[in-house]
Design a protein around this ligand. Sequence first.
Ligand code: SF4
Length: 353
Amino acid sequence: MTTQTKEAGAPSPAGEGSLLSVRDLHVSFKTEDGIVRAVDGLSFDVQRGRTLGIVGESGSGKSVTNLTVLGLHNPMFTTIEGEILLDGKELTTAREAELEKLRGNKVAMIFQDPLTALSPYYTVGRQIAEPYMKHNGASKRVAWDRAVEMLGKVGIPNPKERAKDYPHQFSGGMRQRAMIAMALICDPDLLIADEPTTALDVTVQAQILDLLKDLQQEFGSGIVFITHDLGVIADMADDIMVMYAGRAVERGTTDEVLRSPQHPYTWGLLNSMPRLDSDLGAPLAPIPGAPPSLLNPPSGCPFHPRCTFRDRVGGSRCVTERPLLAPDRASACHLTADQKRTIFVEEIKPRLG
Ligand code: SF4
């Protein structure tokens, strides 16, 4: 996201110079019960060498957004409007054959569960080598050597031998490393990591995050990192976009969003995080209520049914008027800038410690 100098990570009007530029993206699905508006007017940028963290609860639209970038939705049931430019190339109108060429080559994805991405029937080395053969026209031998090299880079000991193993012979952490090797073998410009460490224990998670940071330095890729865990985002991301009900509700540099968050939903997420220094047994403070149905989203601000601050806005504005995330604002909320600052300093921050 373009946040190096600007306020709160607002996307530049045209996304000029961005590796990935998403503008006013709408994604909806036809279901038996009606139209699900999974992404509803989303704009953001990702720059080379930077990591954008996308945070939000399940159903906030984060994964749908990234599957749309990869062109992985069934066009029979999906309507996509808006613009997705990858290095200047428009993806929403690209043909499947063009998208196929981009996937694994210019843009690659790391999934939460490597077992769903790795086939049990082929060796790890063969699966890592395959995209290299496909996109670079390399021979089997060259691609295999490159796969072994990549396994070494992601920290698999004795990669020459381990490349001949099948996925079930790898531990969970090693499979995740293998998937990172597969994602990076073609040196993609953009890497999308969807909850890549959620299934791993804390020590392995820290190792994988360090590995991703090191590889980003080496390869210079832009990374979109999707998670519900603000602790992971704090460690990984340069910029943050908080999503709720298919929209961005807050964005900024990681420092801005974590040090002085402005949206009640972000306050709720921070407040519901476990803390190392809190009393053992002290209850967490989850956000009241549940994420809204996207079949029939709430009027006005989609967060209003769960928001404990809406009375401070006055009138019924939160229920009737949709707050916008304009380029010069960091959060889509009707509270004034003064109110946001005061509430955060006097009511939220003391609870966070
Ligand atoms: Fe809460 Fe109103 Fe702000 Fe929405 S616009 S987050 S309901 S205060």
